[in-house]
Design a protein around this ligand. Structure first.
Ligand SMILES: Cc1cc2nc3c(=O)[nH]c(=O)nc-3n(C[C@H](O)[C@H](O)[C@H](O)COP(=O)(O)OP(=O)(O)OC[C@H]3O[C@@H](n4cnc5c(N)ncnc54)[C@H](O)[C@@H]3O)c2cc1C
Length: 220
C-alpha cells in the first residue's frame, strides 16, 4: 500500500487503521469515504485553583454560548472544559490571556463558570470539534478501520469504544482462521453497539449547538 503523504510503500498481510477521525487509511479503503466536517463547537480547557467544588461530582453547565464542565482534580484544583458553540473556527493567534478574556465574556452570565475562569492558572489551547458522516466501507479482507477512523463516537465514550474495538479485533484475529474472516467477525460484533453509541454521541453533541449541526466552519 502507498501512504498518500509520504509516497513510501510497505508490504503487510493486514493493515489496521487506528489513525483517528482524519484517517488516511479510510480514504485508502474507499476514495469516496466521508471527510470530517466542523461540528460547530470548539473546546478550550484548563486548570483553576482556589475554588471549592465537591469531589467526585461531574458538573455540566448549559450556558448561553455553550457548555461548561468542571470537576475536582487532585491537589484541590479544578479541571474544566468549555465547549463553545460557534460556526467560526477558533483564532489560532490569540494568547492565553486573550482566550481567558474571550471565555469570560462568553460565560459572563454563569456564576460558577465565571468564577472558575477567573481562578484559572493553566490553559490548554482550543481544539476544534468535528463530526463525520457514516463510513460505508469499514473493512476489506486485509484492511480494517478501528475506533475514530471508522465511527467517531466523540466526547464521553470515544476512548472506551476505541478500547473495546481493539479487544474485539484482537480476539477475532486469534479465533478466526484468516484475516478476512476475523475482520468480518469484528465488524459483525461491533457494528450495532458502535452505531448506537455514535448516534447517542451525535445527539449529545448537537444539543450543545443552536439549530442543526454545521456542515463547515468559516474562519475569523
Ligand atoms: C475535545 C475533545 C474531548 C473529548 N473528550 C473525551 C472524553 O472525555 N472521553 C472520551 O472517551 N472521549 C473523548 N473524546 C473522544 C476521544 O478523544 C476519541 O474518541 C478517541 O481519541 C478516538 O481514539 P482513536 O484511537 O480512534 O483516535 P486518536 O485518539 O485520534 O488517535 C489516532 C492516532 O493516530 C495518529 N495518526 C494519524 N494519522 C497517522 C499516520 N498517517 N501515521 C501515523 N500515525 C497517525 C494520530 O497522531 C493519533 O495519535 C474527546 C474528543 C475531543 C475532540
Amino acid at each position: 500500500m502507498r501512504p498518500p503523504a509520504s509516497g513510501r510503500t510497505a508490504e503487510a498481510a493486514l493493515l489496521i487503521g487506528a489513525d483517528g477521525i482524519r484517517s488516511a487509511t479510510r480514504s485508502l479503503l474507499d476514495r469516496h469515504a466521508p471527510t470530517p466536517q466542523c461540528a460547530g463547537l470548539y473546546s478550550v480547557s484548563g486548570v483553576a485553583d482556589g475554588i471549592e467544588t465537591e469531589p467526585g461530582i461531574f458538573n455540566l453547565t448549559f450556558a448561553r454560548n455553550g457548555t461548561f464542565i468542571h470537576l475536582a482534580a487532585p491537589g484541590g484544583k479544578i479541571w474544566w472544559s468549555a465547549q463553545v458553540s460557534s460556526p467560526v473556527q477558533p483564532e489560532p493567534t490569540l494568547t492565553d490571556g486573550e482566550w481567558l478574556r474571550r471565555l469570560a465574556g462568553l460565560y459572563r452570565h454563569e456564576r460558577v463558570p465565571s468564577a472558575i475562569l477567573d481562578a484559572t492558572v493553566e490553559l490548554h489551547r482550543p481544539t476544534l470539534m468535528h463530526r463525520l458522516d457514516p463510513v460505508p466501507v469499514r473493512h476489506s479482507d486485509r484492511i480494517a478501520l478501528l475506533a475514530g477512523a471508522a465511527r467517531p463516537v466523540g466526547a464521553g465514550q470515544g476512548a472506551s469504544m476505541a478500547l473495546e474495538d481493539a479487544l474485539v479485533l484482537a480476539r477475532s484475529l486469534a479465533a478466526e482462521p484468516s484475516a478476512a474472516a476475523a475482520l468480518a467477525a469484528y465488524e459483525a460484533v461491533r457494528s450495532s453497539r458502535v452505531a448506537k453509541m455514535a448516534k447517542a454521541a451525535s445527539v449529545n453533541r448537537d444539543a450543545k449547538t443552536p439549530g442543526r449541526s454545521h456542515g463547515g466552519c468559516a474562519t475569523w
